[in-house]
Design a protein around this ligand. Structure first.
Ligand code: NCD
Ligand code: ZN
Length: 344
């Protein structure tokens, strides 16, 4: 196959950031996605309905002329989140709340330190029909970074899932065979997003031949058997797995640093790279479900109108993009070839 048309897709996990950066990130996503789940890990984080409304307005103001792109807003959970915060956020059109274990990733210091204390909040979310999105990694110093996702499943996620059988839970950016197996075995209220980097790469791509900071994200890339498990499950077309790029921009000098930031900025090439992966897997017929149907169906939202056509044609992803503030950013897969392209 050298051309494929899919219903207009959505991105179920990304980071737009704020301020000037929105002039870069919102058009990059709106070029091919109709909606996106916008992560709330700003500084300070988006912790109440007022902040959600103000952030949504700033995103809408950054849309390209004529774009109908719709940001789907998310509340950032902390140990100070109250039931009233959930009720107010829901009334303000907030679709989900995000659980970050404190210290797990970029801008998560203010997040959840005592998980059990949040169970009454999950109960309110279940009642309100608000989804729970989870960054599934423990943060204990003594747990090896490559084992943190599995440890989170065993210690925490299995308990949350057992306690709230009708709460819709998205296990975000899964990276391991263990996570795939957990999601497959769970009820229909549990699903997962998968990023392009975790389908395309494994930890050798981070560490062999030199440290590659632009492939560094959290959860960190795992060994190839885990990458393989993710690739196998998307190729089956299972409806529990859907597209979430986790596009997460950091300026070049913050990535190429003695203590580099975690995050891959993939918005300009993610849909094309996913298509490349599905092609490699001989599963192009499963791309539309993953990119355009499973997420909307799980969230209980209508599928999009319209379509996007991709053609099999090599192009080189730019090595650098200039941001509105004059700084540079290196996009994910910068300088490398992608074998699929959006037909203009
Ligand atoms: C994200 C970021 O930079 O905000 N980084 C990342 O490596 N994925 C946060 C996150 O989703 O973990
Ligand atoms: Zn993320």
């Amino acid at each position: 196959m050298t051309e494929i048309t899919i219903q207009t897709p959505d991105d179920w996990h990304l980071h737009f950031r704020d301020g000037d950066m929105l002039q870069e990130t919102v058009p990059a996503t709106a070029r091919c996605f109709n909606r996106a789940i916008v992560m709330p890990n700003l500084v300070p984080p988006v912790t109440n309905a007022t902040m959600v409304n103000e952030y949504r307005d700033r995103i809408l103001a950054a849309r390209p002329e004529g774009s109908a792109f719709e940001p789907l807003m998310v509340l950032y959970l902390t140990n100070d989140t109250s039931k009233q915060d959930i009720i107010d956020a829901k009334a303000a059109g907030t679709i989900a709340a995000k659980l970050y274990p404190a210290g797990a990733t970029t801008n998560s210091d203010a997040a959840v330190k005592a998980l059990d204390a949040l169970f009454p909040i999950f109960e309110e979310m279940e009642k309100q029909g608000m989804l729970l999105l989870i960054h599934g990694e423990v943060t204990d110093n003594h747990i090896d970074i490559f084992d943190r996702e599995k440890e989170f499943i065993d210690r925490n996620l299995s308990r949350i899932v057992a306690a709230f059988p009708t709460l819709k839970i998205v296990f975000e950016h899964i990276t391991t065979k263990d996570a795939v197996e957990f999601v497959l075995a769970a009820g229909d209220n549990v699903a997962a997003t998968i990023t392009p980097q975790h389908l395309l790469l494994n930890r050798n791509d981070l560490l062999v031949g030199g440290v590659r900071p632009h492939n560094y994200c959290l959860p960190v890339l795992k060994r190839n058997i885990h990458q393989q498990a993710l690739r196998e499950v998307v190729a089956t077309g299972n409806k529990k797995f859907f597209l979430g790029t986790d596009s997460a921009p950091h300026e070049k000098d913050k990535k190429e640093s003695a203590c580099g930031c975690a995050g891959c900025y993939s918005a300009w090439s993610a849909l094309e790279l996913y298509t490349q992966v599905f092609d490699e897997l001989d599963a192009l017929d499963k791309l539309e479900g993953f990119a355009s149907h499973h997420g909307a169906d799980f969230y209980g939202l209508p599928r999009n109108e319209g379509s996007v056509t991709l053609v099999k044609e090599d192009w080189t992803i730019p090595e650098s993009i200039e941001l509105p503030n004059g700084h540079d950013i290196v996009p994910f897969f910068g300088g490398q070839t992608c074998s699929w392209k959006i037909k203009s």
